[in-house]
Design a binder for this molecule. Structure first.
Ligand SMILES: Cc1ncc(C[n+]2csc(CCOP(=O)(O)OP(=O)(O)O)c2C)c(N)n1
Ligand SMILES: [Mg+2]
Length: 349
């Protein structure tokens, strides 16, 4: 499905993925699958108040996150990028603490991890990424160009912010990868009722941005597309749009009931092949991994999720008054009076 883009000729001489890297990709996808389904269970058990599952989007997330150079690039996620976070090696207790509502944006370090705080404002991350990428072009060249990668959905692509961001990035040649996970749905609204012009990738032409539409359920295809896009951006050619075609299996969030807008039969038919199972069959067929390897990956995934569960359960509550402290560098009078009112009502001081 990958369409060959008009990417500028780039010095992308990276070797194909080794067998060890292919196995690592599978291990990551298995860890993400298990953590994702565990997180839904944790929400049902009252361990976390809410979660946005990414079942079926593991290839899109792990494949793209794996291409990031954590020494200089920066990722701007939405609320659904747990798989990217895991592929980039984040502290997952810190990451999942966001879903426990323990701390704004999670307790991991965004600067060190190169992964911005989780963004719940649809298309908000797109603007932040373009600003950061533009900053790279203003920085001293000998610092080396980092590339921003912003994640957003098919629904978010209808936001005016995305138009402004793409246009600005193209005009300013900002090194930014616009990574769209087209998962078929924006909560209850299907893509065809949301995206005009045939696809999100098709829109890029209007901004003079090269676009790749890639099979988002093929982890290797996603990795290769992302790697090419990074090389294009890093060489001063401006932004790239990647539209990874995938499918959101299950609910939008733990508060959603997809039975209100689609049947299980429709979901099964439209979802296509499971990206994890598909990759497993490929690795088996190519002799890259055997059944013992897959069993081991599953065991490790279960152990890892258990450590994360204990970690988030051990996190105590943060002092509620903290929420007022990080809004502005200098608190405004209005904020100060809100903080005072909140303390009087909540802490009875
Ligand atoms: C600015 C803004 N408008 C509306 C919402 C409510 N909202 C949350 S998720 C969502 C749908 C997003 O769909 P999509 O961009 O396809 O991402 P997906 O959830 O499918 O990953 C909406 C409308 C919001 N969070 N922010
Ligand atoms: Mg969507």
């Amino acid at each position: 499905m990958t369409t060959k883009p008009a990417l500028a000729a780039v010095d992308d001489d990276a070797a194909p993925l080794s067998n060890q890297q292919l196995r690592e990709l599978y291990t990551l996808m298995a860890a993400v699958r298990h953590l994702d389904t565990s997180a839904v269970a944790w929400q049902r058990q009252g361990i976390i108040p809410g979660y946005a599952p990414e079942l079926g989007q593991e290839a899109a997330q792990v494949g793209s996150g794996y291409a990031v150079d954590r020494s200089r690039d920066f990722v701007f996620p939405t609320y659904r990028e747990m798989g990217v976070a895991r592929a980039m090696g984040l502290d997952m207790v810190g990451y999942m603490s966001t879903h426990k509502a323990t701390w704004h944006g999670g307790m991991y370090n965004p600067v060190e991890s190169r992964f911005a705080p989780i963004q719940a404002v649809v298309a908000g991350s797109v603007l932040h990424a373009v600003g950061w990428a533009h900053g790279q072009t203003l920085a001293a060249p000998d610092e080396g160009t980092g590339v921003a990668m912003t994640y957003f959905g098919d629904g978010a692509s209808s936001q005016g912010d995305v138009h402004e961001a793409m246009n600005f990035a193209a005009v300013m040649k900002a090194p930014v990868v616009f990574f769209i996970q087209n998962n078929g749905w924006a909560i209850s609204v299907p893509t065809e009722r949301q995206v005009a012009g045939g696809s999100v990738a098709a829109r890029a032409a209007g901004y003079g941005i090269p676009a790749l539409q890639v099979d988002g359920n093929d982890v290797v295809a996603v990795y290769e597309a992302t790697r090419s896009a990074f090389a294009h951006c890093r060489n001063g050619n401006g932004p790239v749009v990647i539209e990874a075609m995938t499918y959101r299996r299950g609910p939008h969030s733990t508060a959603d009931d997809p039975g209100r807008y689609r049947t299980l039969e429709e979901e099964r038919l439209d979802a296509g092949e499971d990206p994890l199972e598909r990759f497993k069959q490929r690795l088996l067929a190519d002799g890259v991994a055997d059944e013992a390897f897959f069993a081991d990956a599953q065991r490790k995934a279960e152990e890892e999720a258990e450590v994360i569960r204990m970690g988030i359960q051990d996190l105590g509550p943060r002092p509620g008054a903290e929420m007022f402290n990080l809004v502005f560098q200098e608190p405004t009078p209005a904020l100060q009076s809100q903080a005072t009112a909140w303390r009087e009502e909540s802490e009875h001081v």
